[in-house]
Write a protein that binds this ligand. Sequence first.
Ligand code: AMP
Ligand code: MG
Length: 420
Amino acid sequence: MVEMRKPIPVIDAVANVMKYSQRGEVESVSIKDCDNRRLAESVIAKHPVPPFDKSPYDGFALRSVDTEKGSLDNPVEFEVIEHIGAGQVPTKTLHQGQATRIMTGAKIPDGADCVAMFEVCKTFEKDGKNRMSIKRKMKQGQNIIEEGSEVADNDILIEKGTVINPGVKAILATFGYNQVQVAKKPTVGVIATGTELLDVDEELRPGKIRNSNAHMITSQIKRAGGEVVYFGKLADEFDESYNTISHALEKVDMLITTGGVSVGDFDLMPAIYEKLGAQVLFNKVAMRPGSVTTVAVRGNQLLFGLSGNPSACYVGFELFTRPIIQRYLFSEQPFLKRIQATLCEDFPKPNPFTRFVRSYITFENGQVGVRLAGMDKSNVVTSLANTNALMVLPGGTRGYKAGTNVEVLLLNDTDGQSEF
Ligand code: AMP
Ligand code: MG
């Protein structure tokens, strides 16, 4: 007799899985290797920025009071007493009628309170001395980047959990973070099940197909920030499958299997969960594709039983596994970012379940639009290449017309949202 499964709403399934989410460990990596990792500590300003008053231009540092009488027909003259470039420290304090030739980024000398750019100054020699003149009045503080004007000492600049992008890296370097505390990547095991599966380097034979899921899921795990441990593919044979899966569980933080979660004669995963003593959280979700997606838990390990159908497998990962990985990496926004977009073509299929249509974002007529990435079937692989979003079409309708406003989950965004 075929087992009857009761579908649960996607939102409940996600919430159920998230009950078992954990935050992972911290590790220290060189700043050189921290790209795209998530910060395990907030970044705090260890000193003011800039750390000293500095010049934003090449020009002359001087005292604004000395320019009070300066005008187009009355140039005021200064003696140039020092010449400093960025990285050099001025040694002379300016007194009345004195100026320092100063380069961009150099420290403002004591006594000076403004900088006149080269463009408004004239330089010349008189009595064997370097001199300059200016035909305008300068204001106190003009053209000086004040110490601490960008960042004060001890400011919290970036929150823990943020993805390290080039800008974050610049901040880390600014404050001397040679080693960076980042979230350790969870190890995610991958096993593809199915007697029909061939490896990528094998010739096609009758009745067989190449194992695309393992490679796809590996890539999705990496994109989500996890570390992949691939245990190979398994024929649909109980003992070998059980042994491989139970050994794999000893080596990973969580495990993904693809295939074998349906109710077919060779779908072994339900019996394997049972023998493992894993508690099945759900084995049917009211969604298309991937209604057979199953998640089980054993101890503190989650076992994701994704469908063998490539599109269903893909969607199951993004909805259930990705947020678990993101949470492990200290993300406070582990769920895919949800935006509104205009449906750019008719979607006539009626369906009782919520659909997650493989789609891509377009920008048409000044609006964010969404289009189908290809054939909308769970067994299809080709549409996935164009996919950068999942259009969420709630069930219970007779389809959707072009021009309708729909919700879309973005797949390529590093920042997600806090609620599903
Ligand atoms: P299953 O979930 O095991 O019932 O498999 C559903 C469909 O997905 C079948 O047509 C399988 O041949 C196919 N399939 C299963 N595993 C993979 C895989 N690793 N790569 C590509 N297709 C697969
Ligand atoms: Mg199978």
